[in-house]
Design a protein around this ligand. Structure first.
Ligand SMILES: NC(=O)c1ccc[n+]([C@@H]2O[C@H](COP(=O)([O-])OP(=O)(O)OC[C@H]3O[C@@H](n4cnc5c(N)ncnc54)[C@H](OP(=O)(O)O)[C@@H]3O)[C@@H](O)[C@H]2O)c1
Length: 329
């Protein structure tokens, strides 16, 4: 029987999510890779238990995480059943709909039909009565934003999700989405954008909107899927995401140009007394608008490594400049 570590709240940092009552751990764990039906359940289980023991209270899912689609939610359901149900009120569990999930016109994008049916499926797979956060996963250019936001609002009112979120929405659409939600009496709790040293689009307007609207954010792939660690400095390890057939990081993404920058960043991280993974997470967390860094992991030790980033979060101006210079900004 799993008993959570009594010290789990001692070292984790919790940040308020925008203007809301919710605090999120500075490091959250996502189940996009390594928690599917193709992965070893005992490894997935060990990572989730270990994360919770370290104070990671937030686990992020989506309808189609796997592979196969839906299987990461099934894995979460099994782990909840075996280990975590006694701690349900200490957990923030999220899911999403917005990308391809089932065949035909109702299993993709942003219709009310898709979002409501998909959340019902997600709840069944996880054995939950509600998720804490439900996201629209990406903007849909063909569905009126009023319909998609109306679906999120109705989902909150139904009690099947406690808070609404959006992901991958550009700054202007984020403002519009919040306005529509607000007019119905719902607030957008959180935005989930991609953000790392290799992907800085949120600095060009989104962060400002988040601050103005009191929306929190959880930034995904802060390690650029593992590139912003020391893992690829000596080639492509056989157990890495880039080497796996089911990984979204492909060998061709590990370019010489990126490796050159990663090598210099790694030297700088060591100068700061951190691993490159830790420096990358501290860097992503330096904005007050960023509530949490949403990592992935394939091994328990990677979660330990990530959490140690919290021991050194601050950057001197010269350090930030050195990073910009390395990145060529
Ligand atoms: N909203 C969206 O559209 C969206 C899209 C993508 C992801 N997400 C969310 O964001 C979460 C995180 O995404 P991500 O997995 O791409 O995040 P990431 O933290 O950038 O990459 C995680 C991967 O990096 C490697 N890694 C982690 N720590 C390491 C360390 N200390 N040393 C060496 N390698 C390390 C591992 O890969 P190896 O297998 O190589 O060990 C790990 O699986 C997802 O699970 C999902 O919840 C959301």
């Amino acid at each position: 029987m799993y008993i959570a570590d009594n010290n789990r709240y001692k070292n984790m940092k919790y940040n308020r999510c925008g203007k809301s009552g919710i605090m999120l751990p500075a490091i959250s764990l996502g189940l996009w890779h390594n928690f599917g039906g193709v992965d070893l359940l005992e490894n997935s289980r060990a990572m989730i238990r270990h994360a919770f023991d370290l104070g990671i209270t937030h686990f992020d899912l989506a309808n189609n995480y796997g592979p196969p689609y839906g299987s990461a939610e099934e894995t979460m359901g099994l782990i909840l059943k075996k280990d975590l149900f006694p701690y349900r009120d200490e957990l923030i569990i999220s899911s999403k709909a917005g990308y391809d999930m089932w065949p035909g016109p109702y299993g993709d994008f942003g219709s009310r039909k898709y979002l409501i049916a998909s959340l019902d499926q997600s709840l069944k797979r996880m054995g939950l009565e509600y998720v804490d956060i439900f996201y629209h996963h990406r903007p849909d250019p063909n569905t009126p934003l009023e319909e998609t936001m109306g679906a999120l609002h109705n989902i909150i009112k139904s009690g099947k999700a406690l808070y609404a979120g959006i992901s991958n929405y550009p700054a202007d659409l984020t403002k519009k989405a919040e306005k529509i939600l607000k007019s119905m009496g719902t607030h957008c709790l959180i935005h989930q954008p991609k953000y790392s040293m290799f992907e800085r689009w949120i600095e060009d307007g989104l962060l400002k909107v988040l601050e103005e609207e009191g929306i929190g954010s959880i930034v995904f792939s802060p390690l650029a899927q593992g590139l912003l660690t020391d893992k690829y400095l000596k080639g492509i390890p056989s157990d890495s995401r880039a080497a796996k057939p089911t990984g979204f990081l492909k060998v061709e993404h590990v370019t010489d140009e990126k490796i050159k920058k990663i090598r210099e960043l790694n030297i700088m991280a060591l100068d700061r007394g951190q691993s490159l993974a830790q420096m990358s997470l501290s860097w992503a967390l330096r904005h007050k608008e960023v509530t949490s860094a949403l990592i992935g992991a394939s091994k328990v030790e990677q979660i330990d490594d990530a959490v140690k980033a919290l021991n050194h979060l601050s950057f001197a101006q010269e350090e930030l400049k050195r990073i910009d210079d390395i990145l060529g900004n």
